[in-house]
Design a protein around this ligand. Structure first.
Ligand code: B12
Length: 329
């Protein structure tokens, strides 16, 4: 059966109107090379929808492969094929045109493709910042939150993705225990907006309080929620959320850049120390530094001298450059 043409629909028009920003990390190389037009993406979207309606994982993989071969970058396939098709599929399910097993199979296929495309995106240097991403208590919708988690991971954040329906008090305790710099909250149901507001208020009572970004279908339905949510930023777009995450966490602020750099360096020291199997005391002994100093460095709280970096690098059997670049790369 030929599925009716899939336009980008209300959801995507909203997304464009409210949230579209140039893709600063993954420029649309395909467009620049002239390999594809918006029609190409629309065609891929249509074929991907048909693959999902058929429940054919193989066909879905082939469609995504063809998109990649045509020069469509992975983030574009993720955001402009997988996401709107998932919305369309869900809308059909809500209208009773797609059965529950069909929707479940399709969602599983798309989750696999999301993971696959995320794997193809080049992950940036670790930022030394931690984000917790979750749907609000009572909310079973988690695909959008997963997308936000994926894009933050690619941007170099340490991400804890909690999935759907996390009780408010557990979420707050978890964010505190993880010392999260950022919490991204997804709310799909209008009826759960007060729950999201309560969660944000409780997160803001933590000391230090994480920054909060709120997004999800409830905001698409009612953008006015942004005025009263208490969040630091709002977005309907996982990629735009990355820009906002950097903004609200002060990464684009020159004053904070030293602090962020020290955190990144601390992360590198911590990771290499673990990799070498040293305790902080052992590293302190072999680098001729104090254990408390090592601890402060690892927490990004020490304005470390070049001399001390050199001692740590030597004790970890690294060049200074390797230590500065970080353990993950
Ligand atoms: C699939 C689906 C379900 C599945 C969810 C399982 C799953 N796979 O996650 C199930 C069957 C559980 C479900 C149940 C219900 N659903 Co439902 N569901 C959907 C549907 C069709 C698709 C959701 C989806 O996966 N979308 C795809 C993702 C990619 O889109 P998204 O979630 O909007 O996320 C995008 C953005 O919002 C953004 N985003 C999302 N979160 C965040 C967070 C941050 C921080 C940021 C920056 C961005 C961001 O990024 C994403 C991509 O760009 C939507 C319709 C739709 N058009 O979306 C309805 C929808 C969300 N559901 C709806 C309803 C009413 C329900 C039920 C109450 C139905 C019922 N009577 O039982 C229950 C509630 C269950 C519960 N307690 O949560 C309504 C919500 C209306 C509203 N705003 O209040 C919708 C909009 C359908 C409709 N038009 O009526 N649903």
């Amino acid at each position: 059966m030929q599925a009716p043409a899939l336009t980008r629909g209300v959801y995507t028009a909203e997304r464009h109107k409210l949230a579209h920003k140039p893709n600063i990390w993954y420029p649309a190389e395909g467009y620049e090379r002239g390999h594809m037009s918006p029609d190409t993406v629309a065609k891929i979207r249509q074929e991907y929808l048909e693959a999902l309606l058929e429940g054919s994982s193989e066909r879905a993989v082939r469609v995504i492969d063809q998109g990649l071969a045509a020069g469509v970058i992975p983030s574009k396939l993720y955001l402009e094929v997988l996401m709107p098709v998932q919305v369309e599929l869900g809308a059909r399910w809500h209208r009773g045109e797609v059965t529950i097993p069909q929707e479940h199979i399709a969602t599983q296929i798309t989750l696999r493709q999301m993971a696959r495309l995320r794997g193809l995106l080049k992950t940036r240097l670790k930022l030394g910042l931690r984000a917790v991403v979750s749907s609000v208590e009572g909310d079973q919708h988690f695909i959008g939150a997963q997308a936000v988690a994926d894009f933050l991971m690619v941007d170099g954040w340490e991400v804890d993705f909690l999935g759907a329906d996390i009780p408010t008090d557990h979420m707050v305790m978890f964010a505190k225990a993880r010392e999260a710099h950022l919490v991204c909250v997804s709310v799909a149901l209008n009826s759960l907006v007060p729950t999201a507001q309560k969660l944000i208020a409780e997160l803001k009572r933590l000391s230090p309080a994480p920054k909060v970004i709120l997004g999800g279908a409830a905001l698409i339905a009612n953008p006015a929620i942004a005025a009263t949510s208490g969040a630091d930023a709002h977005s309907m777009d996982p990629q735009e959320a990355v820009t906002k995450a950097r903004q609200v966490c002060g990464m684009l602020d020159a004053e904070n850049s030293l602090g962020l750099y020290l955190r990144k360096l601390g992360h590198s020291v911590h990771e290499y120390r673990k990799l070498r199997g040293f305790s902080q005391q052992e590293l302190a002994n072999s680098s001729d530094l104090d254990r408390a100093y090592i601890s402060a460095v690892e927490h990004g709280k020490q304005n470390i001298s070049i001399g001390a970096i050199s001692k740590l690098a030597k004790a970890l059997n690294l060049s200074i450059e390797e230590l500065l670049i970080g353990a993950d790369y």
